[in-house]
Write a protein that binds this ligand. Structure first.
Ligand code: CO
Ligand code: ZN
Length: 329
């Protein structure tokens, strides 16, 4: 697998609603491998790879969580609105980068009790002299994302935006490895998942799939005192059973299980109690679409240092290839 491509995807700035730079990167990688590749009004990149049989829509979201400047105070400090599921614990003391390259540091106003820390007590410091100086560099509505650099270290990949550039990456690598196909395939790189599966909703409407298959991170339930759940790092490709947005369809679960077993691909099951992903929107489109998800167990989701195992990435890619090459009967 091309880890340099994964690094490039994760380093790109693509907060929800601003997925253009990711879409351009992906389009460059896949346009010669697909029959048609275009962006829709909401920013989804929809690539069609013609094939026999029923229509399958694959979905991985391009967007990532971030912050939007909501106010610039008289001293030049920035207050912000959250885009997607941010937690004050994870924002505090982190560097953020704006599309211009400007860096801001998140800090907290002085508190009498540290327990009072909350998102509205935090501010972004871009090192401005005063309000006027700040306004030369940013304006209300500007967005920024974690500035951490993606790295491969030991057996793992550590980066911001693993959620969900890893899903996009698995789809791209699978597309490159595909030798035959059992479906008419739509590779959809979606927009605005982190704010409510919005891109997948409109893409499912226009693609009209017979099956849905999404790719996303899920919790690795192996960190200290975490609630026991079935998915763990190094456990292989995770076949989702349910999350807050969907109950995976038995047909898709069975298809993924049988492909993994036949090809001896390491796999596990996954249940997520918080959050959802694109199949949540796909499965309730039109008259209903049997849908499932291949997940990658990740630690520290929605932080500046999301982490997954290299071996699990490979298992997810292999399972995807087999799932697209094998008919559902
Ligand atoms: Co997310
Ligand atoms: Zn995600």
């Amino acid at each position: 697998m091309n880890l340099e491509l994964l690094k490039k995807l994760c380093a790109a700035n693509g907060v929800s609603g601003h997925e253009e730079s990711i879409a351009a990167l992906i389009k460059d990688e896949i346009k010669d491998l697909t029959d048609d590749c275009k962006t829709d009004a909401l920013g989804n990149l929809i690539a069609h790879k013609k094939g026999p049989g029923k229509k399958m829509m694959l979905a991985g979201h391009m967007d990532q969580i971030g912050l939007m400047v909501s106010h610039i105070d008289k001293d030049g400090f920035l207050r912000f609105a959250s885009i997607g599921g941010n937690s004050h614990h994870y924002l505090m003391a982190q560097r953020f980068v704006f599309p211009s390259g400007l860096i801001g540091v998140v800090s907290c106003e002085r508190l009498d009790d540290p327990k009072d820390m909350a998102i509205d007590k935090l501010y972004i410091d871009i090192g401005a002299k005063d309000q006027e100086d700040a306004m030369k560099q940013v304006k209300v509505g500007d967005v920024c994302v974690f500035a951490t650099t993606p790295v491969v270290s030991g057996n793992v990949f550590i980066t911001p935006a693993l959620d969900d550039r890893i899903g996009c990456f698995i789809m791209i690598e699978a597309l490159k490895r595909l030798k035959k196909q059992a479906f008419d395939l739509y590779f959809v790189f979606t927009s605005q998942e982190e704010v409510g599966l919005r891109g997948a909703t409109t893409a499912a409407y226009s693609v009209e799939p017979d099956y849905g298959l999404a790719f996303d991170v899920t919790i690795s339930a192996d960190t200290p005192k975490i609630r026991p759940l079935p998915s763990k790092m190094y456990g292989g490709a995770a076949i989702k059973l349910k999350d807050r947005s969907l109950l995976c369809h038995p047909t898709i679960i069975a298809h993924l299980e049988s492909c993994a077993k036949k090809s001896k691909i390491k796999h596990q099951y996954e249940i997520l109690e918080m959050g959802g992903t694109d199949s949540g929107a796909i499965h309730i489109s039109r008259g209903g679409v049997p849908s499932g998800v291949i997940s990658i167990a990740s630690r520290h989701i929605h932080t500046a240092n999301e982490m997954c195992a290299l071996s699990d990435i490979e298992d997810c890619i292999e399972l995807t290839v087999k799932a697209l090459e094998t008919k559902i009967d």
